[in-house]
Design a protein around this ligand. Structure first.
Ligand SMILES: *Cc1c(COP(=O)(O)O)cnc(C)c1O
Length: 350
């Protein structure tokens, strides 16, 4: 394969000069900082937030580096993984000319970012078994295809994508293969992180929004070759991760034991809920899941959605989405919540 990153980058991105902040130009120790027009008195809060945050989040990246086994220079941190997705479009996709490929049914932000950036989107649906359709993917790829988004485990179907199929794309596609591993902590399949050094065209997305329980802080991670990470840092807003998030995430990352307990309970509950849902007379299928949710096909899914909502339980109605007719996506809750859900469903009369 002939992978050449330089050929993929938009000309304006190559040419542009990155914003140089005060914090960039001087980052050592000093007594008095009069370089960034900050308020020198402090903040009207217990904690001081009057100084701009570290634009490259050095100390957070050191902790993530230890947990993930990825050098800091191969890590980008974004305001959610959604920021990383948007940056990849802006760096690599020329509006009105280039295209990206996605595999519906999948995560909605890839399409939103494509539309927002005026980038042509090619959709190659998953097979009925929710796996990649390699024949049709090969046909869809053209010289203007810059990015391929693979969500694994996939949202909303829950299954992991076959590793060997992903490897076929990594070995043959000359653009970037983006693997969104938002749910990897719940998966039987392993992360592609150990493969980073082998594939210069690989970008892996992960997030603190799911297993880590930090959706409200907005911290997404991208792992990739250093040239790709450098481009993302060049194009991002200078202070994309605020000080409060950097501090709180640093503290949270020391508490991996709690997170691992939650993951274990969630996986056990997922299998318990699968059993319970399977036994309901109106359930047609509970699909295999490597994530913290189940996709369930039920007779009259929309009616069941409304019934649950009326009892105060909200699930996600996916019945209008391709390959998901009559499907609800149900997040695994606490054991108590899951019990209340199944209690409610047992009282439902179609
Ligand atoms: C939830 C989710 C994310 C998380 O996005 P953040 O912006 O990091 O909160 C990313 N990808 C997929 C597939 C998701 O389901």
């Amino acid at each position: 394969m002939n992978f050449n990153l330089d050929n993929l980058i938009r000309e304006n991105i190559k040419k542009m000069t990155a914003y140089s902040s005060a914090r960039h130009e001087f980052s050592g120790n000093a007594r008095i900082f009069l370089d960034a027009n900050e308020n020198a008195f402090g903040s009207p809060l217990e904690e001081d937030y009057n100084r701009y945050p570290d634009p490259l989040q050095v100390s957070v990246k050191e902790k993530i580096s230890k947990i993930k086994g990825v050098p800091p220079e191969n890590i980008f941190l974004g305001n959610g993984s959604d920021e990383a997705i948007d940056l990849l479009f802006r760096i690599f996709c020329e509006p009105g000319k280039d295209n990206v490929i996605i595999f519906p049914p999948t995560y909605g932000m890839y399409e939103v970012c494509a539309e927002m950036n005026d980038v042509n989107l090619k959709k190659v649906p998953l097979t009925t078994g929710y796996q990649l359709d390699l024949g049709n993917i090969e046909e869809a790829i053209d010289p203007f295809t810059k990015l391929i988004f693979i969500c694994s485990p996939n949202n909303p179907t829950g299954n992991s994508i076959n590793r060997s199929d992903i490897e076929v794309l990594l070995n043959n596609f000359e653009g970037l293969v983006v693997i969104d591993e938002a749910y990897i902590n719940y998966a039987r399949q392993k992360t592609f992180i150990p493969e980073l050094m082998e594939y210069p065209n690989l970008v892996i997305l992960q997030t603190l929004s799911k297993a880590w329980g930090l959706a409200g802080l907005r911290l997404g991670m991208a792992f990739a070759s250093q040239p790709v990470i450098d481009l993302m840092n060049k194009v991002k807003y200078p202070y994309n991760i605020n000080t409060a998030t950097q501090q709180l995430v640093s503290t949270a990352l020391d508490n991996i034991i709690t997170v691992n307990d939650w993951i274990q309970i969630t996986v056990e509950q997922r299998e318990w809920l699968r059993e319970e849902l399977t036994q309901l007379p109106f359930t047609q299928a509970v699909y295999p899941s490597d994530a913290n949710f189940l996709l369930v096909k039920m007779d009259g899914a929309k009616k069941i959605y409304d019934f649950l909502a009326a009892t105060g339980i909200i699930v996600r109605d996916r019945s209008k989405i391709i390959l998901c007719a009559d499907c609800l996506r149900i997040t695994i809750g606490t054991p108590e919540e899951n019990q209340l859900l199944t209690d409610a469903l047992k009282t439902y009369k179609p």
